[in-house]
Design a protein around this ligand. Structure first.
Ligand code: GAL
Length: 374
């Protein structure tokens, strides 16, 4: 009887180990190099921003049906940790690396190490720049994100002299430039015709006559109004801008905020200023907390990027590569060194009047995640 029990225990342990190797493991720690083999390695930038936890959840859901073994690691905002993660996955024998870089330039050395081992690299959402070691790029239309944000502000503004506050993402993220480029495309003519007056960036004011900006010019503005994608930095910057602005620079204000996390932080700062009569603020990512802010009229809009599509596209690419096939792409992005073959996904604007249709009826979020949903 005892022998039978021991045998049963051993068998069930074996089953558990095999099951583990087929499901995606998720951990912030780089695992020991001698554990199970992994086919596809996924490296995401941080668990501290809801956007990337969304992606992790969607990957885990989508990977339930694959036979390949997958491991997801987080870099926690550190390029050094990211490199360690990539090295740990290389040691586990991955054939495909799906990676969102913490810093698009700094990640070059990590993916070059992967390329040396014959691993195919898929940049996920953020491009890795200045290297030929990126094979594919799956992305949303990031210029369209910025255009949609700016278009919203333009639609809401009447008359002239409307105070405009500009904020941007992290300068280490190529997307921050694409978002800003899109926003500038739409805002600049409305700054030139007097609809908007920029209140918080001397660099943007100095360049406001230019319909198109070079990367260096954009770098000057982004450098001045960056949030670094960090809620606290966004809040501190907004508060500093409000402290130095005169009452006449407030009233009904218009705010370009690059994403949801920073939008909520900036919105809270503007809402707390008694000289601000009303504010319109943009966002991006359709994070749950921002969806609630939109329902409550505390954030004006968000740009919904259906992460399920990006996850599906990147897994399909990985599976094609593992099967010796050429993945499908729709265009390319130059990363400063090479043209990287890309698959691009469209984005959807979400406002108070279409939250339910876009995010709940589409099955993206359950209605029970929100209060006062109409
Ligand atoms: C961008 C990404 C956005 C946003 C931001 C902050 O690269 O495209 O969706 O989440 O990073 O993490």
């Amino acid at each position: 009887m005892k022998k039978l029990l021991v045998l049963l225990l051993v068998v069930s342990m074996l089953i558990a180990v095999t099951a583990c190797s087929k499901t995606p493991a998720t951990t912030g720690e780089a695992p020991a190099a001698d554990s199970n083999k992994v086919d596809i390695g996924i490296v995401l930038p941080t668990k501290d921003e809801p956007r990337w936890v969304q992606d992790e959840t969607r990957f885990t859901e989508a990977l339930k049906s694959t036979d390949y073994s997958v491991e997801i690691l987080f870099s926690q905002g550190s390029s050094a940790k990211e490199k360690e993660n990539v090295e740990a996955l290389i040691a586990k024998g991955i054939k495909v690396l799906i990676i969102t870089p913490q810093d698009g330039g700094a990640a070059a050395s990590a993916v070059e190490a992967a390329k040396k081992e014959g691993i195919k690299v898929i940049a996920y959402d953020r491009l890795i720049t200045g290297t030929d070691a990126v094979d594919y790029y799956v992305t949303f239309d990031s210029v369209a994100v910025g255009e949609a944000q700016a278009r919203y502000l333009v639609e809401q503004a009447t008359g002239t002299g409307n105070p405009l506050y500009l904020y941007a993402g992290a300068a280490s993220d190529n997307n921050a430039f694409l978002f800003f480029e899109g926003a500038w495309n739409v805002l600049q003519p409305k700054i030139a015709d007097g609809t908007f007056v920029i209140k918080n960036s001397s660099e943007a004011v100095a360049l406001q006559g230019n319909a198109k900006l070079t990367r260096d010019e954009m770098g000057k503005i982004v450098g001045q109004v960056t949030t670094n994608w960090d809620f606290n930095e966004a809040k501190n910057k907004a508060e500093a801008h409000l402290t130095s602005a005169k009452a006449a620079d407030k009233g009904n204000v218009f705010i370009l905020a690059p994403n949801d996390g920073t939008a909520r932080a900036i919105a809270d700062a503007f809402a707390a200023d008694t000289a601000v009569t009303s504010y319109k603020v943009t966002g991006q990512d359709a994070e749950k907390a921002s969806v609630q802010y939109i329902i409550d009229n505390k954030q004006s809009m968000t740009v919904f990027k259906d992460v399920r599509t990006l996850v599906k596209d990147s897994i399909e690419m990985a599976v094609a590569i593992l099967g010796g096939k050429e993945p499908q792409t729709t265009g390319s992005y130059n990363n400063g060194k090479v043209d990287v073959k890309a698959k691009q996904t469209e984005v959807v604007v979400v406002k108070n009047d279409n939250v339910k249709a876009a995010l709940v009826d589409s099955g993206y979020y359950p209605a029970s995640d929100f209060t006062n949903l109409k």
